[in-house]
Design a protein around this ligand. Structure first.
Ligand code: C2E
Ligand code: MG
Ligand code: MG
Length: 590
């Protein structure tokens, strides 16, 4: 109980007279009416002279019930009544603003009998019969609840109610400080759902959200000992473990979480199966900081994804070495472009009947200052992950188009078209069509002389998006090929809808020719399928005469492989060139 006896010095001056002049029916009346707080004004006898609707809401008494009654008879708990009246009189001695701010607390009684603690600000004006003490009051419990809700919203994910990144970061910092960097004392698990984007796109965001909530529920159910299970946003969750065997607990939890996710989810009108990739990392000699712990767990999760998902990887020494190697490669790859260390090699594609070259495939090499010539399989994955494939891919296109144009201008070998590989990242890039168009225009190469190769897996990973890009590329007049066919999982319906011209059978199937009778059957079936769809067929990686004979027998159109030539630099290709009559390969019938 604390109606103050003294006005705080210096902040009452200007307010009192303004209120006094306004009068309850004028502007002051509106202010009181509109205030978010309860407003109660008393005379020197504690009789209510003003009572606003919020006061009714707070105390349960209507205005007509309260006005004219002494608050010591109904609002102030009887045990405080006499002290209250004493303090009320004392305020008359110090008029002005009293108790501004939330510091002043008062115990009052609700109409239903329960006591509530209120806080607020008050003023005192006049003396004797004209004394008026008014107070704006608010329920402290309500205010505390609002503050708690705000703090909760700041630290939790609104969709699942799980702790968010901010709270996770606090808890991780605390656990690390607590463990004082001891090896194995803190472990984090990063869990990322596999193919969540596809589900979200196919079933809609609402179903996606429903699924995330259900996943969060199962992750909590699978828990026993985690410090925090947090959602980072999207489909990524973070789980923190601390204690003597944090890593063991994290690994055991990961196994339980994968199992918990295995049962189907009933969301929307569908039943959905989902798996997750989990990466686990824990503190060790060199890893005592939150950032390195999290990036190690991320790397492990990424590794789990690369293994096809639905599994857990623990960050260890081998992964550290690999990561370091990756970072070094990425670092020097950045400079490879600037330092002109990239080269294109060319491998002819021959017409299977006459064995004349009808095209060349441009294949990237990195002339590394220390390691010599490096093949694309060693650095293209890094270029793709880091996004460097965009400028590198543009360079490849430009170089290949210019090279063919210059051969054409000198009537030097090889005639025909040039095939350039595009990676999935390039297909996803919003500028891909504009880039190809620009490079064709800059080089002056006719679009029918350019074939773009896209692997089956790149095409099928987001077939709907790829379809649009392929149609736009096709409109430029270029030829389109599906590369490494047979290594991915093609949707036949998309295969039919993609505006493709050429299908390249992967080397692994060509390898089987003449060895395994089933191998011939498969190649034969693929060739028939391609021809039915109006596609011409190139067999990749032809190394032996026997394979060539079999391919001819099976009706394959073109071949490429060491039997004819390895990929060679442009200068060597010219030297090896046998003049041929072939022109640009006609685009497929569609
Ligand atoms: P790909 O497009 O399927 O290229 C064919 C690969 O098979 C080339 O490997 C080629 O050298 C190899 N090859 C051809 N004939 C034979 C043969 O008879 N025997 C054997 N053992 N191998 C043969 P390379 O040059 O190492 O390229 C590997 C992959 O790297 C390519 O596969 C392609 O997916 C990718 N790649 C190469 N250059 C580029 C590029 O500029 N951009 C992108 N995105 N990817 C590229
Ligand atoms: Mg290729
Ligand atoms: Mg291939």
């Amino acid at each position: 109980m604390a109606i103050p006896a003294q006005a705080p010095s210096g902040d009452g001056g200007g307010v009192g007279p303004t209120v006094e002049r306004a009068g309850v029916d004028g502007r002051f009346g509106y202010v009181v009416q509109l205030a978010r707080d309860a407003f109660v004004e008393l005379d020197g006898d504690s009789t209510v002279t003003c009572w606003n609707p919020q006061a009714t809401r707070l105390f349960g008494w209507s205005g007509s019930e309260a006005l004219g009654r002494r608050v010591v008879d109904f609002l102030v708990p009887p045990r405080f009544a006499s002290v209250f009246l004493e303090q009320l009189q004392a305020t008359a001695a110090a008029p002005g603003l009293i108790g501004a701010g939330r510091g002043r607390r008062l115990q009052l009684v609700h109409r239903d009998g329960h006591e509530l603690e209120v806080s607020g600000s008050a003023y005192a004006l006049g003396q004797g019969p004209t004394l008026r003490v008014g107070a704006f009051l608010r329920d402290l419990a309500e205010e505390r609840a609002a503050e708690e809700a705000l703090a909760h919203a700041y630290l939790h994910d609104s969709l699942t109610g799980l702790p968010n990144r901010t709270l996770f970061t606090y808890r991780l910092a605390y656990a690390l400080a607590d463990g004082q960097g001891a090896a194995g004392h803190v472990a984090v698990a990063v869990l990322d759902l596999d193919r969540f984007k596809a589900i979200n796109d196919a079933l809609g965001h609402e179903v996606g959200d429903e699924l995330l909530v259900a996943v969060a529920g199962r992750l909590i159910d699978a828990d026993g000992v985690a410090e925090v299970i947090a959602r980072l946003g999207g489909d990524e969750f973070l789980i923190l473990f601390a204690g003597d065997d944090a890593e063991g607990q994290a690994v055991a939890y990961a196994a339980r979480a994968l199992q918990a996710l295995a049962a189907p989810f009933a969301v929307g009108a569908s039943e959905v199966f989902i798996t997750a990739s989990i990466g686990v990392a824990c503190t060790s000699a060199g890893v005592t900081e939150a950032t390195s712990l999290l990036s190690n767990a991320d790397a492990a999760m990424y590794q789990a994804k690369q293994r096809g998902g639905g599994t857990t990887e623990v960050f260890g020494e081998a992964m550290r070495v690999k990561l370091l190697d990756r970072m070094t490669t990425e670092h020097s790859l950045h400079r490879a472009l600037e330092r002109c260390e990239l080269r294109l090699f060319y491998q002819p594609v021959v017409d299977i009947a006459g064995e004349q070259p009808i095209a060349v495939e441009a294949l990237l090499r990195w002339d590394h200052p220390e390691q010599g010539l490096v093949g694309p399989n060693r650095f293209i994955p890094v270029a793709e992950e880091s996004g460097l494939i965009i400028p590198i891919g543009a360079w490849v296109l430009q170089e290949a188009c210019q090279q063919l144009k210059s051969w054409q201008a000198r009537a030097a070998a090889p005639s025909g078209s040039v095939e350039v590989n595009l990676s999935a990242r390039q297909i996803d890039h919003p500028d891909i069509v504009g880039t190809v168009e620009q490079i064709l225009a800059d080089s002056g190469l006719g679009p029918s002389y350019l074939t773009l190769e896209i692997t089956e897996s790149a095409l099928m990973s987001d077939a709907a998006a790829a379809l649009e890009v392929l149609r736009a590329l096709k409109d430029l007049g270029v030829t389109l090929a599906i590369d490494d066919f047979g290594t991915g999982y093609s949707s036949l319906s998309y295969l039919q809808r993609f505006p493709l011209d050429i299908l390249k059978i992967d080397k692994t199937f060509v390898d089987e020719l003449g060895i395994d009778p089933d191998g011939s059957e498969i190649v034969s079936a693929v060739i028939k399928l391609a021809h039915t769809l109006g596609l011409q067929v190139i067999a990749e990686g032809v190394e032996t005469e026997a394979q060539l004979t079999e391919l001819r027998h099976l009706g394959c159109d073109f071949a490429q492989g060491y039997l004819f030539s390895r990929p060679v630099p442009a200068s060597e290709l010219v030297a090896a060139h046998r003049p041929a009559a072939a022109g640009p390969r006609a685009s497929g019938p569609r």
